[in-house]
Write a protein that binds this ligand. Structure first.
Ligand code: F6P
Length: 550
């Protein structure tokens, strides 16, 4: 890259492409989506992409063809093509941790080649997948027995962050395909209530724990894992050998796993080039594979892979993650949106927004660029959401008539996995109605024409002009889930590339962890706590509450 391009890359918000988008946003500002649609009969079909089973309608964004042209120019200025090649090539794109981010290798077919430090990692990936499949078959068939000789009926995944959110989201999303005679629970919070409620009605001799932790040092996970070990041993009169039949681990840290008492052959590994929030398709997905079986798991991986190939190969103007990412940049940086609502009209995706919160916000919640200098523009927006139609009777009011601009991603499926009377028709009608209402609103004249008393007219006006994407898929299959997750992963990467930030580190979680370690002994000791006056007072009050006096 030339010196000039390098400098432009460092200061994207001062680049010509950025300036052109700012000017374009000012010009486009007064034009309502009503006008844009009225002036262009083909808009609704032209501003859409149909690829690998996802139909993305992005026509209800405040954009024109010119916006897309300028956003694509911005992507070029940010060297998006080169960055994608670097990620797929196993380069150390996670600069602050000096690591590759090669999650695309986790879903590559057996004969593919992805290299880290010169070595093809695909054979190792498939060796672990094969071991996982063997283990899952044994548990699912009842061949794997607990210490007391009983088959496993309950599986509890202990993990947090990426070692929890992916597994729990995928379990809920693919529940339709899961073994209903196995019970799955997920314990993440260090709050003892999480563990207590997850285990209170279970028999330890039928329960398998998966301790899922990339580092195997995470405070919450290790605390829960120790409680799980105590709970299991208590049921077996303290026989330490019971651990071997009731615990397996998923980790990159063999020493810590064996020190905990789990044999290395009951450990499923992954690698430092897999980020926590990019790991649900690695061995971290063991609970998913136990629930849906190896064949469905492989179908999910194939869905991920199809999106990877599309992202890597499709021209940017027809590339789903690139366009979704760029539209996010447009809304965030040029229209001033601060948040994005993810609204799946599919009950099985109820945990998808929570999953996306880690993926998007731990990735792109950064304030410095790759070179450590301040980023100079807004970065990742706040992601949030709930499944439709529930949200319609809750927070949609603010999206329709509030003062803030909240772009929405609507996700819907043509077919229901549980066809029941008119339910699905109503669900689909609602999702389509919401994006229409947001875009076009209802004018004062339209409100008056309904006979509304004049004093109520302002209350009943819908301003409209509120942007949304609609993602329409055929039905929620394991493959469809894989394509959806990979779509968001790569869209996050596209945005990080524009902002020139590292989406693969998460230093922002460290300070709280350090301080919590310092505060633990202070909660029970007598020594004066050594923090600011607020924290000191709170520590003293906690001590008093714990001692039963205020
Ligand atoms: O929250 C920080 C984080 O490192 C996440 O990125 C990660 O997913 C989570 O903690 C859990 O980490 P581990 O899998 O190492 O227990």
């Amino acid at each position: 890259m030339s010196g000039v391009a390098q400098e432009q890359l460092h200061s994207i918000s001062r680049s010509a492409a950025w300036g052109a988008l700012e000017a374009h946003a000012r010009e486009l500002g007064p034009h309502h989506l009503r006008e844009l649609f009225a002036a262009d009969a083909g808009r609704g079909e032209r501003l859409a992409i149909d690829a690998i089973g996802i139909y993305l309608d992005y026509s209800k964004n405040r954009i024109t063809d010119e916006t897309i042209r300028l956003l694509l120019a911005l992507a070029e200025e940010a060297s998006l093509r080169e960055r994608i090649d670097a990620m797929f090539g196993g380069d150390k794109v996670n600069v602050s941790e000096d690591r590759a981010a090669l999650h695309v290798a986790l879903r590559a077919p057996r004969n593919a080649v992805f290299r880290v430090d010169g070595d093809n990692v695909v054979p190792e990936v498939h060796a672990v997948l094969d071991r996982m499949a063997g283990f899952c078959d044994r548990v699912r068939s009842g061949a794997w027995r607990g210490h007391g000789g009983k088959p496993i009926r309950n599986v509890i995944n202990i993990g947090i962050g990426g070692s929890d959110l992916g597994p729990v989201m995928a379990y809920e999303a693919l529940r339709h395909y899961s073994r209903r005679d196995l019970r799955f629970r997920f314990v993440s919070n260090v709050d003892g209530t999480d563990f207590a409620e997850a285990t209170r009605d279970l028999a330890a001799d039928e329960t398998l724990f998966i301790v899922a932790s990339k580092t195997f040092t995470t405070q919450e996970t290790m605390t829960n894992a120790r409680s799980a070990r105590d709970w299991t041993l208590a049921a077996f009169g303290g026989e330490a050998s019971a651990v071997a039949r009731h615990f397996v681990a998923v980790s990159t840290n063999t020493d810590a796993v064996t020190a905990f008492g789990i044999a290395a052959d009951h450990m499923f590994g992954f690698w430092d080039w897999v980020g926590g929030r990019y790991s649900m398709d690695s061995a971290i997905g063991l609970s998913t594979m136990l629930a849906i079986g190896p064949d469905h798991f492989h179908a999910m991986l194939a869905g991920f892979h199809a999106m990877d190939e599309h992202f890597h190969g499709a021209p940017f103007e027809a590339n789903l993650p690139v366009l979704m990412g760029l539209l996010g940049v447009w809304n965030n940086n040029f229209l001033g949106a601060r948040t994005l609502a993810v609204l799946p009209y599919e009950q099985y995706l109820k945990r998808f927004p929570a999953y996306l919160q880690q993926l998007t916000m731990e990735s792109n919640g950064k304030r410095v660029r790759l070179d450590g200098r301040p980023v100079g523009c807004e970065t990742g927006p706040i992601y949030w959401g709930e499944p439709g139609t529930n949200g319609q009777h809750s927070f949609y009011q603010l999206i329709h008539q509030g003062t803030r601009l909240i772009p929405c991603d609507f996700i819907a499926f043509g077919e229901s996995l549980n066809p029941l009377g008119a339910h699905h028709e109503l669900l689909l009608a609602n999702v389509l109605a919401q994006s229409e209402a947001l875009a076009f609103g209802k004018t004062a004249d339209e409100v008056r024409a309904e006979g509304t008393p004049e004093e109520l007219v302002p209350h009943r006006v819908f301003e409209g002009n509120r942007p949304s994407n609609t993602l329409l898929l055929e039905r929620l299959t394991p493959a469809a889930l894989g394509t959806l997750v990979a779509l968001y992963e790569h869209s996050v990467f596209t945005q990080a590339t524009i902002w020139n930030i590292d989406p693969f580190d998460q230093w922002g979680v460290e300070l709280g962890k350090q301080l919590a370690r310092r505060i633990v002994p202070e909660l029970s000791g007598d020594a004066a706590p050594a923090h600011d006056s607020s924290t000191n007072a709170l520590i003293r009050r906690c001590r008093a509450l714990r001692a039963g006096r205020t």
